[in-house]
Design a protein around this ligand. Structure first.
Ligand code: GDP
Length: 689
């Protein structure tokens, strides 16, 4: 690692945005890297040199431009002075000579100058982009020197936001002056028995302060680990069911996922599931390759297996950080923590302590002695004992707050977990807690929420359903068809996946996204994932667990099970066709013959017409034919059936047609009515389903 440097760190060092550096690296042929990727020092140097060249060039052009402008300004000023002198001389005979006219320079803008203006702007933009502070001649230091002392000055990270309700989202936009940095929140996921719990316990024990203070008296559902002056918050409940449950309720809290994979066991079904969940939530993954102390441990095999899931280790040329550890022997945990902090640094994590309080529930339960207890991660603002808070259908006055050691505190600020006691009922993980004025307001809001929930339940919900997809021809703005695929054996999963991919290739306008696939019955975790990503679940030769059925009903998630693969594919094809934008075509929808002309002074000329077939409609096009020639082409502006304004008149009725654009009607004129009609999309698939 010593001769490697991470892109965002280098960018920061050079006073550049990561994107600008990535672009330069692209010019150098370095592709498939992100801001968190490492590059070797040679490449870094090459990039820096290219940048320096570009910067120099941009500066040279800027200087030239400045010189040109100065010369032009001088010339213009001289011209103006001459003009003014001439004007003054002309005006001289008049007794009161006018004051010298001061013609502002802007007034003499010619086309040429507008063009130079454009060039100037473009160049300025380039200078801004390419000339970082260090490229100023006075501060141009040797790059080696700078690369040698990589230390971070200013934060410049990408924003990777999650689908959170506004108030619980990581704040974005301009960082207020009083904003504070907050620790990253980490969720530990992985296959059962791969060591998630052991790892969490071991990490907590690295916190010397906690251990010295007599350990943790009581688990509150999240913990803070101090490392080298930095803090990391771990959500205690390991496992992707909890992770996805939170995300499903909109309260995704994790900034980073640590994926635990046992080195002696490798990638297992739940590992794959966990990856799917993290990827669906757009949360970056760090892989902890655990149990490296085991005799059968093979970290390389794990890395290879992970390639299939688009997690490419750095030593394989990718940018996923993978750290070999032993949770049991507490080996290399420091590295893991360090990498978490490193990844956290790329993302600017800050919060506004002065904002209104908002927190996300990490875990909640009913405690025999204390009543409903919720562990909340404070996102913004501050929660205090005595506050009236609401959270989903729960509300109450905060009676007591405990920090993560279980110690009673008066208040808690952003970035930290806190145990809240005093709620009317335990809220659900992922729900957002906010403060309200008083109990009346709290009851009102909670009542309203319940009402909305009931109404939503009655009306069904906005969840994806194949039937809706068929029906809502063209009305869908989103053209992703998200799927969770489950099958009895991995062979079937592969067949389904490859068939779906083949379908996907046949139709450009709709993209099939397999959010997750796996072997086994459709379970609750699948349903939650489908709920969170608005996906439909396809089961092939599998059952559906009872919990999954219940949750799917409650959350309106569609589960479709099939025994024959082509039936599943036919359904998907239909759904895809249903998602296509409709095609409109101009078609002749009817004909008419003019029987009589009425000239009414106030209204104009009305053609009394009999519709001979089809229909005439207001607003559509009409073509008037006379003796085989087109006499007029225009719009049916007014359509009357007897004395009433009509929208549409069908054959064999009579009607009055008029338009201010045409007065030359004659008896016997033939009219063709042309309308835009929606044409049903034919299946674009090779084998119609
Ligand atoms: P979880 O189901 O993922 O939470 O896994 P646990 O943390 O409960 O661990 C499962 C088993 O693996 C336990 O018996 C642990 O003692 C053992 N284990 C966890 N980490 C390690 C490790 O690094 N090395 C070894 N040899 N065993 C481990």
């Amino acid at each position: 690692m010593a001769d490697q440097v991470r892109i965002f760190q280098l960018a920061r060092k050079l006073g550049l945005r990561s994107e600008a550096l990535l672009q330069v690296l692209g010019d150098l042929g370095v592709e498939d890297v992100s801001a968190a990727s490492s590059i070797d020092i040679e490449t870094a140097r090459a990039a820096a040199e290219l940048l320096a060249e570009q910067a120099k060039e941009a500066r040279r052009r800027a200087d030239e431009q400045a010189a040109r402008e100065a010369a032009a300004a001088e010339e213009a000023a001289a011209e103006e002075a001459a003009k003014a002198a001439a004007a003054a001389a002309e005006a001289a005979p008049a007794a009161e000579a006018a004051e010298p006219v001061e013609a502002p320079a802007e007034e003499v803008t010619t086309g040429d100058e507008a063009a130079t203006e454009e060039v100037k702007e473009a160049e300025e933009e380039q200078v801004e982009r390419w000339v970082p502070a260090w490229a100023a001649p006075e501060s141009l230091r040797s790059l080696e020197e700078q690369l040698a002392e990589l230390e971070f000055e200013e934060e410049e990270g990408e924003e990777l936001y999650l689908e959170l309700p506004e108030e619980a989202r990581r704040p974005s936009g301009d960082r207020p002056e009083h904003a504070i940095d907050v620790p990253p929140v980490v969720s530990v996921l992985g296959h059962v028995d791969h060591g998630k719990t052991t790892l969490l316990d071991a990490l907590r024990e690295t916190d010397v302060v906690a251990t010295e203070a007599g350990g943790i008296t009581q688990h509150i559902g999240a913990s803070e680990v101090q490392t080298g002056g930095n803090t990391i918050v771990f959500v205690d409940t390991p496992g992707h069911a909890a992770f996805t449950a939170m995300r499903a309720r909109g309260g995704q809290v994790a900034d980073i996922v640590v994926l635990v994979v046992a080195a002696d066991d490798g990638v297992m079904p739940q590992t794959a599931e966990a990856i799917g969940h993290a990827q669906a939530a757009d949360v970056p993954i760090i892989v902890a390759i655990n149990k490296t102390d085991m005799p059968g441990a093979d970290p390389d095999r794990v890395k290879q297996q992970l390639l299939e899931h688009e997690l490419v280790a750095e030593d394989y040329g990718g940018d996923t950080i993978m750290v070999p550890v032993s949770a049991l022997r507490k080996e290399n945990l420091d590295s893991l923590l360090e990498m978490i902090l490193l990844l956290a640094e790329v993302r600017e994590l800050w919060a506004d302590p002065e904002a209104d309080f908002a927190g996300v529930v990490v875990e909640a339960a009913r405690d025999d002695s204390r009543g409903p207890v919720a562990t909340v991660l404070v996102r913004n603002g501050e929660i205090k004992v005595g506050d009236m808070v609401i959270c989903g259908a729960a509300y109450g006055r905060v009676r007591r707050l405990n920090d993560w050691h279980g110690k009673s505190v008066k208040s808690m600020g952003p970035g930290h977990p806190v145990e809240v006691i005093g709620l009317s009922e335990p809220p659900q993980a992922g729900e957002v807690m906010t403060r309200v004025k008083g109990v009346k307001v709290a009851r009102e809001i909670v009542g309203q929420r319940e009402e909305e929930r009931r109404a939503a339940g009655l009306a069904g919900s906005g969840r994806a359903s194949l039937k809706d997809l068929y029906r809502e021809l063209g009305e869908l703005a989103v053209k992703d068809l998200n799927l969770v695929v489950k099958a009895d054996v991995s062979g079937s999963v592969q067949v389904m996946e490859s068939q779906l991919r083949a379908l996907d290739l046949q139709l450009e306008e709709v993209e099939i996204v397999i959010v997750h696939s796996g072997v086994g019955d459709v379970n609750e975790s699948d349903v939650l994932l489908a709920y969170a990503s608005d996906a439909i679940i396809l089961g092939f030769h599998v059952g559906v667990t009872e919990a999954a059925v219940r949750t799917a009903e409650a959350e309106h998630v569609e589960i479709r099970t099939y025994d024959v693969i082509y039936e599943a594919l036919a359904d998907i094809q239909n759904a895809m066709v249903g998602m296509l934008d409709p095609i409109y075509e101009e078609r002749t929808v009817g004909h008419g013959r003019v029987l009589q002309i009425f000239r009414i002074s106030r209204i104009g000329v009305i053609a009394g017409t009999v519709i001979t077939d089809g229909y005439a409609q207001r607003g559509t096009k009409m073509v008037v034919m006379r003796d085989g020639d087109v006499a007029f082409e225009g719009t049916v502006d007014s359509l009357k059936h007897f004395n009433d304004e009509a929208r549409r008149v069908d054959a064999p009725n009579e009607c009055g047609i008029s338009t201010p654009d045409f007065r030359g009607w004659e008896e016997g004129d033939e009219i063709a009515f042309v309308a835009e009609v929606e044409v049903p999309r034919t299946t674009p698939f090779d084998s119609a389903g």
